[in-house]
Design a protein around this ligand. Structure first.
Ligand SMILES: Nc1ncnc2c1ncn2[C@@H]1O[C@H](COP(=O)(O)OP(=O)(O)OP(=O)(O)O)[C@@H](O)[C@H]1O
Ligand SMILES: [Mg+2]
Length: 376
């Protein structure tokens, strides 16, 4: 990766910038480098994904990243990595997100080999819960693969990089390039390979099906010797063999559910994440829910001249300016705090009104009694 921001990616470790202290490199992917950092003001750990400048060549892509990041910031689910902010500074474009302790599912599978079905099922439940939530909010991941799924030491699943693929894919070729770089063509759905314009949530169900295939069998239905062309051709045309577990034979409904997820057309797959989970749990799917209203526009979204955590608070480094469209901070906690403050104020006012009324009534009664006594 030719990164003008960090020509030597470790050179920034220990440095402070934009209210953050860079602590370590967490990994590298098709989009750039991921660092662990500490948000100095809050003392919390975050992950910074610094986007390769080659991928953000023009203002249009930057604008789309910002639009997508706004949507991502609406997502709040225990199985989805939270996006806190997208910042564009003179240092480059980076996403500040929740830091997840643990390993990616890819690392876990490399270290421990294929999973037994009863180990895999609780993880699949969490993944599908995250998908059901995101899909109901109109967000499709488009780049599901074991590298983008984190597993914490407590067994919690966290899906990373929701929606980022959309921006690069719309750029035409950007996505295929990042997928090729990351060696992750294997999880692309047939409609993605065909570059169909409208891919929907069922593309995620396909990629998850391929991920589950690998989780339980320890392999993918491709040969390591396959060229990129053969991989793409097989995704579109080949009939994949059913997954085989090296542990106890997979229950037939599991094997069938995986194969249904890998159907060549979206119509042949599960209608949604709920139906897919029901198939893996071998039960009748729930009735589909009516489509929810799209989320309301955000009340408190700060698009600021400077970031909320201002660099000038830390005299040790050079204060930077951010142009209006270039720095977007997402502060959902603040929005709820403001709403709570408004509610508390209203309650205080109502209490004061009641108190005034009671005092008034008491004074009135006292006056009437005094008057009666005087008359008597
Ligand atoms: N929020 C996070 N918390 C902790 N570690 C992370 C986080 N995001 C990424 N990482 C680490 O950084 C590595 C690289 O992530 P990145 O998303 O850049 O690459 P990738 O997932 O391998 O490929 P792609 O760019 O196609 O998504 C991950 O494998 C993971 O180990
Ligand atoms: Mg990733």
């Amino acid at each position: 990766m030719s990164n003008t921001l960090f020509p030597n990616e470790r050179a920034v470790i220990g440095k402070e910038m934009d209210g953050l202290r860079i602590e370590d490199v967490l990994g590298r992917g098709g989009m750039g480098i991921v660092y662990r950092a500490e948000e100095l003001m809050l003392g919390r750990q975050v992950a910074l994904k610094v986007i390769d400048p080659e991928l953000v060549r023009n203002e249009e892509i930057l604008r789309r990243f910002q639009a997508e990041a706004r949507v991502l910031a609406q997502l709040s689910h225990p199985n989805i990595v939270l996006a806190y902010a997208l910042r564009k500074t003179d240092l480059g474009l980076y996403i500040v997100m929740e830091y997840v302790q643990g390993k990616s599912l890819a690392q876990h599978l490399r270290a421990h080999g294929p999973m037994k079905w009863d180990e895999a099922l609780p993880l699949i439940r969490q993944m599908l819960s995250g998908f059901a939530y995101a899909h109901e909010h109109g967000i499709v991941h488009r780049d599901i693969k074991p590298n983008n799924i984190m597993l914490t030491p407590e067994g919690q699943i966290k899906i990373m990089d929701f929606g980022l693929a959309k921006v690069l894919r719309e750029d035409g070729g950007g996505m295929t390039r990042t997928m090729t770089r990351g060696g992750t063509l294997y999880y692309m759905s047939p409609e993605q390979v065909k570059s169909l314009k409208h891919v929907d949530h069922r593309t995620d169900l396909y990629s998850l099906g391929m991920t589950i295939y690998q989780m339980v069998s320890g392999r993918l239905p491709f040969s390591k010797k396959d060229s990129e062309f053969t991989i793409l051709k097989n995704i579109v045309e080949a009939n994949f063999p059913p997954p085989q577990s090296p542990h106890a034979a997979l229950p037939p409904h599991v094997s069938q559910a995986i194969m249904k997820s890998l159907a060549k057309t979206p119509e042949e797959r599960f209608a949604d994440a709920h139906e897919m989970l029901a198939a893996f749990e071998n039960r009748t799917p729930p009735k589909p829910k009516p489509k929810p209203e799209p989320p309301p526009p955000r009340e408190q979204e700060v698009i600021a001249e400077t970031t909320v955590i201002s660099t000038s608070a830390f005299k040790s480094h050079r204060p930077r300016t951010f142009t209006k469209e270039r720095s977007v901070e997402f502060v959902p906690e603040r929005r709820s705090t403001r709403a709570a403050q408004r509610r508390a104020k209203k309650q205080r006012e109502t209490r004061m009104l009641y108190a005034a009324l009671i005092v008034g009534v008491v004074v009135l009664i006292a006056l009437v009694i005094t008057l009666i006594m005087m008359l008597v």
